[in-house]
Design a protein around this ligand. Structure first.
Ligand code: MG
Ligand code: MG
Length: 253
């Protein structure tokens, strides 16, 4: 189903949903350090949702077993939190989280390094994947086409010769975690569906240091790079406005 133009009341709930998501994500990001397990982080995420009276849109989504996806290093997305999965110094840690507040869902992700980076290339991958998200957001306004966003994201990632994961894409969001249309991270401007003010979308570039090819782990969820190159993922839920975009999951640090 195509993402709807949200009502004023729904937009208020979307904003509250996004603000809560950002607050929890900042808290989790601050906890990331060598020695903590990915499940430790997920437990905190679940507790924070519960304390706020909010729902967990990831939990049970097509059978996903937790409230957050935590993916390390060559894992691109959809990593399942595990008590035995201990974060090590220099790991690239991607946190992808969702919140359901009064029926309105927001979706956001970030990647950071635990402890000390093993290579400046890892820091750059994170920096420019985030920049590609910001460039994608920068072209959003009433009447933007999905290809305009895609081209803006791709321009940044291509400039740095990163692999752009094509099997996974951004999407409409709000009443459901994934609504149409798809918002790819590659493509040509002036192509694809038109988007209107009042729609809410998730833009989420996933980039790798080498190949764009990914594979699925035997757990049926974890998506990782085929060549085991490092990967980064950033995502914001964005409200399209007449003149631009409002980032609903903006983190205040
Ligand atoms: Mg997400
Ligand atoms: Mg998403």
């Amino acid at each position: 189903m195509t993402t709807k133009v949200k009502t004023a009341t729904e937009i208020v709930s979307m904003k509250e949903s996004g603000r809560l998501l950002a607050e929890i994500l900042v808290k989790l990001a601050q906890m990331v350090e060598p020695g903590i397990s990915t499940k430790d982080l997920a437990v905190v995420a679940a507790r924070e949702l519960q304390a706020a009276g909010a729902g967990a849109p990831f939990l049970g989504y097509q059978g996903f077993p937790d409230v957050i996806c935590i993916s390390l290093n060559d894992e691109v997305v959809h990593g399942i939190p595990q008590p035995t999965r201990i974060i090590a110094n220099g790991d690239l840690v991607s946190l992808d989280f969702g919140v359901n507040w009064r029926g309105m869902i927001t979706d956001s992700a970030l990647t950071l390094i635990a402890g000390q980076a093993k290579s400046p290339k890892h820091e750059q991958l994170i920096k420019y994947t985030n920049e590609s998200l910001n460039e994608g957001i920068a072209v959003v306004h009433d009447g933007v086409r999905t290809g305009d966003i895609a081209a803006a994201v791709e321009a940044v990632l291509s400039r740095h010769n990163y692999g752009i994961v094509r099997d996974l894409v951004g999407h409409g969001v709000g009443h459901h975690l994934h609504e149409d249309p798809n918002i790819p991270n590659y493509g040509r401007a002036n192509t694809g569906p038109w988007l209107k003010a009042g729609m809410t979308i998730a833009i989420e570039p996933m980039a790798t240091l080498r190949s764009e090819q990914v594979m699925l782990d035997p757990d049926g969820w974890t998506v990782r790079t085929r060549d085991h190159s490092m990967s980064a993922h950033f995502e914001h839920t964005v409200l399209i406005t007449e003149t631009g975009a409002e980032v609903l999951t903006q983190r205040i640090l």
